[in-house]
Design a protein. Structure first.
Length: 167
């Protein structure tokens, strides 16, 4: 199964850029995971009710009160036979993966998807794969805009591909 990962979209409303990312770089994805900082409730509405693929998201530090009651801060789900943890992240970019790893220490997950730093990252920590898709629209702390495609199965992560978003 192919997961489409995005984070830190920072959009108040869905727009043509979001549509282009969903149709283009994330086109092969069967399930969408958003690691927080959607920013506007209309973006979550679009992913939840308009986008035909299943969507799972978590709350980010920039997601306001309109999303606080709708999205959990962390989530563990099984997708394609793989247990996946989903979280936004917090604090400075340096050391972020270690803070996120601590949040899932008690969980039996094969993959943790996180955001916050706007930097694409793929690392193994303690036998668990940690993937940050970066940001599709905001290059803060990164030289490029990215999303990720992750292939998963019962044995865990089978492949990770970062896809650069033009613009």
């Amino acid at each position: 199964m192919v997961l489409g990962l995005l984070s830190d979209t920072h959009l108040s409303e869905p727009d043509e850029r979001l549509e282009a990312v969903l149709a283009g770089p994330l086109g092969p994805a069967q399930v969408l995971l958003h690691a927080g900082d959607h920013t506007g409730p209309a973006v979550v509405d679009h992913l939840e009710f308009v986008e035909p693929r299943p969507y799972h998201g978590v709350l980010g530090n920039m997601d306001g009160p309109g999303l606080a009651g709708r999205l959990p801060p962390t989530r563990v789900l099984e997708v394609g036979g793989c247990r996946v943890g989903l979280i936004h992240g917090w604090g400075p970019p340096d050391g972020l993966v270690n803070r996120v790893a601590e949040a899932f220490r008690a969980e039996e997950v094969s993959l943790v998807v996180f955001g916050h730093s706007h930097r694409a990252e793929d690392r193994m920590v303690g036998g668990v794969r940690f993937v940050n898709p970066g940001s599709a629209f905001d290059r803060r702390w990164s030289s490029r805009r990215t999303v990720a495609l992750v292939e998963v199965g019962p044995s865990g992560v089978e492949g990770v591909e970062f896809v650069e978003v033009p613009g």
